[in-house]
Each structure stands twice: as structure tokens, then as C-alpha cells.
Design a protein around this ligand. Structure first.
Ligand SMILES: NC(=O)c1ccc[n+]([C@@H]2O[C@H](COP(=O)([O-])OP(=O)(O)OC[C@H]3O[C@@H](n4cnc5c(N)ncnc54)[C@H](OP(=O)(O)O)[C@@H]3O)[C@@H](O)[C@H]2O)c1
Length: 317
């Protein structure tokens, strides 16, 4: 089968298309023919080997997993002898977070992994571009108790995690303020933000407003700068920056807290929750660019700009 392989850390040009062996499902696994996948920040950061400390997990000298790619949508091609929930021909979507392998024509996943039937009304491309952002957003929104009667500001609201955080916060009933660049203001409004702030024209930390939760969904802000914009008992949610792990400990018993929910847990329960939301029309995929699998280098280059809106899809087959 065709796959995008990554044998060393470096720029997008380290990637190349290769014919590799098609995986064979174990007794509790399904073999999925991938129709669409994404290039997300986990892929590009793993390709870069960044931050360096992450190489303890991803491989010291070279990427431990040759084929990147975490999110996917496709059709079940074959199932192992013990599989009961899926059968050949089923359309599925999910996320294979720690083992990667989705930038290929086929991948195996355990039937109990973060995998679920694809909502019939969604295309494979749409279904491939939802799980990572939603699950990473949920990891923060749940402990921050985002619900009706509470206010949240999402900084970096136009990214993969940001577009998920805006939609989920609205679903949970919170009052949502979204902060993004000029070109994405209409998008984040259409996702349900009640207030929008263009960070190129206004510094939200200087406008006198305060929020119960500030979610830095793009790793570009800081607890120090946000502290005065948090209500008493407020929570700063981080998605990036190892110093936030220390701050999370430091602020544990303080009034205003930092929560940095790592490592995230990718569960089938959350993929099923997302499936329900999409079927109810309460969540939609935000796709910026689409590339064929063979153009993975270009897709990585685009994601490396740090300016993608929502998600970048690779179509397969
Ligand atoms: N915790 C985890 O396990 C985990 C896993 C994966 C990724 N991450 C981290 O999570 C963060 C977000 O990832 P993502 O994939 O959601 O990001 P992304 O989609 O790459 O974010 C791109 C968006 O960020 C916005 N942006 C860029 N610079 C900005 C700035 N200075 N201020 C405000 N917005 C800015 C841009 O929007 P505008 O055009 O509107 O400015 C762009 O639409 C990254 O730092 C990533 O490393 C964490």
C-alpha cells in the first residue's frame, strides 16, 4: 500500500511516498481503508521532533512511527476473529493518537479504540477532520466546568482546537467570546461565538472584561497576561508550553488556576459523543485546505505556517 513515510526529523521535505506492507488485523482489530485523513499539529510537531523533550516519547534519533497521521475516516475492509461491533463495508471515523499510521491507504485499529460509525450525512473528508480538535478541547472544557451561566473566552478560536472549543462551549450553554484574526471573524461568529474580538485591533486583556475561563487554544498567550481578565475562581486553560505544567501545580490551591490537561485521553466514548453532536446538527467540521495524499509535503508546509483555519485534509484513494 502507499504511505507517507518519515524516517528522520526535519522540514516537510523529509517526507516521501513509499510502498509499504499493508497491516494485518489482529483478533480484536479492524482493518480500515482510509478515504481521508488530516495533517494536524501533532503530525507536524512529531515530524519536526519538537519540542526536543518530546523525542523521549516519539523516538530519540528518529521518529518511532514511520507513518504519521492520527485522524481518519474510511471503510472497514476486514475484521479480526473477535471483533463484534464492526463489519466489512462499515463507514467509520476516529483518531489513532499515539501510534499514528493514518497517512496511508490502510490502518488497523482495535475495535475498542477511539473509533465509531461515521454519521451518514457527513463526507469522509468532514469526518476525518473533527476528532483531534474536539477531544483536545473536551480535555480542557470538562475540568473547567464550562456550562450555562459561565463565560469563556477562546483565544486562537480559528484553529483546530479553537473552532472545536467555540462550538462545544456553545453546546454546553456557556457565553462564548472568540478571539481571532480579521479574516476569521465571520467564521467564529458562525460557529456560535456571541462576542468576537479581532486580536490585530484590540487587546482583550485591556478592555476591562473578565471571564470565568480563558482557553488559550493556540498556545500564544500566557496565564500572567490573562490573570487580571479572569473572574475570581477563574481558570486559564493551556494547550501548549511545558512551563504551564509547573504553573498548574503552582496555582493548584490558589484562587485563579491553570489547567494543562496532558496527556490527553482519546476514547471511543468521546468519538461517540461527537457523532451524536454531528447527527444533531450541533457540530460541524471546519476544513481549510484539501490535498491528495501524494501532496503531503505541501500540506505539512501549509500547517507549518501556523495559520491554518480549522483543519487540513489529505484525501486518500
Ligand atoms: N495538548 C496537546 O496534546 C496538543 C496536541 C496537539 C497540538 N497542541 C497545541 O495546541 C495548539 C493549537 O493547535 P491547533 O492545531 O488547534 O492550532 P492551529 O490550527 O495550527 O492554529 C492556527 C490558528 O492559530 C491562529 N493564530 C496564529 N497565531 C496567532 C496569535 N498570535 N494569536 C492568536 N491566534 C493566532 C490563526 O488564526 P488567525 O488567522 O485568526 O490569527 C490560525 O487560524 C498548538 O500550540 C499545538 O502545539 C497541543
Amino acid at each position: 500500500m502507499k504511505a507517507v513515510v518519515c524516517d528522520r526529523y526535519g522540514p516537510p521535505e523529509v517526507l516521501r511516498i513509499e510502498d509499504i506492507e499493508r497491516p494485518v488485523p489482529g483478533p480484536d482489530e479492524v482493518l480500515i481503508r482510509i478515504r481521508a485523513t488530516t495533517v494536524n499539529r501533532s503530525d507536524t510537531e512529531t515530524r519536526q521532533g519538537s519540542p526536543a523533550v518530546a523525542r523521549l516519547l516519539t523516538g530519540l534519533r528518529r521518529p518511532r512511527h514511520r507513518v504519521l497521521g492520527t485522524e481518519l475516516a474510511g471503510e472497514v475492509e476486514a475484521v479480526g476473529s473477535a471483533v463484534t461491533e464492526f463489519k466489512p463495508g462499515d463507514a467509520v471515523f476516529g483518531v489513532r493518537a499515539w501510534k499514528f499510521g493514518a497517512h496511508a491507504e490502510f490502518v488497523c485499529m482495535r475495535e475498542s479504540a477511539a473509533l465509531a460509525p461515521k454519521p451518514a450525512a457527513m463526507s469522509f473528508e468532514e469526518a476525518s477532520a473533527v476528532c483531534d480538535g474536539v477531544i483536545l478541547a473536551l480535555m480542557g472544557l470538562r475540568p473547567a466546568d464550562v456550562r450555562k451561566g459561565r463565560s469563556i473566552l477562546v483565544y486562537g478560536a480559528s484553529g483546530s482546537i479553537g473552532t472545536a472549543a467555540v462550538q462545544l462551549s456553545r453546546h454546553f450553554g456557556a457565553n462564548v467570546t472568540a478571539v481571532c484574526g480579521t479574516k476569521n471573524l465571520d467564521l467564529v461568529r458562525s460557529l456560535g461565538a456571541e462576542q468576537v474580538i479581532d486580536y490585530t485591533r484590540e487587546d482583550f486583556t485591556a478592555n476591562g472584561q473578565a471571564y470565568d475561563v480563558i482557553f488559550d487554544a493556540v498556545g500564544k498567550h500566557s496565564f500572567g497576561r490573562c490573570r487580571d481578565s479572569l473572574n475570581p475562581g477563574g481558570i486559564y486553560l493551556a494547550t501548549d508550553g511545558l512551563h504551564n505544567l509547573l504553573l498548574a501545580q503552582w496555582t493548584r490551591f490558589g484562587d485563579k488556576k491553570v489547567i494543562f490537561p496532558i496527556p490527553p485521553r482519546y476514547t471511543q466514548r468521546d468519538v461517540l459523543f461527537l457523532k451524536g453532536l454531528m447527527e444533531a446538527g450541533q457540530y460541524r467540521a471546519v476544513i481549510d485546505q484539501r490535498y491528495p495524499l501524494a501532496a503531503a509535503v505541501q500540506a505539512h508546509r501549509y500547517v507549518d505556517t501556523g495559520q491554518k483555519t480549522g483543519n487540513v485534509v489529505l484525501t486518500v484513494g
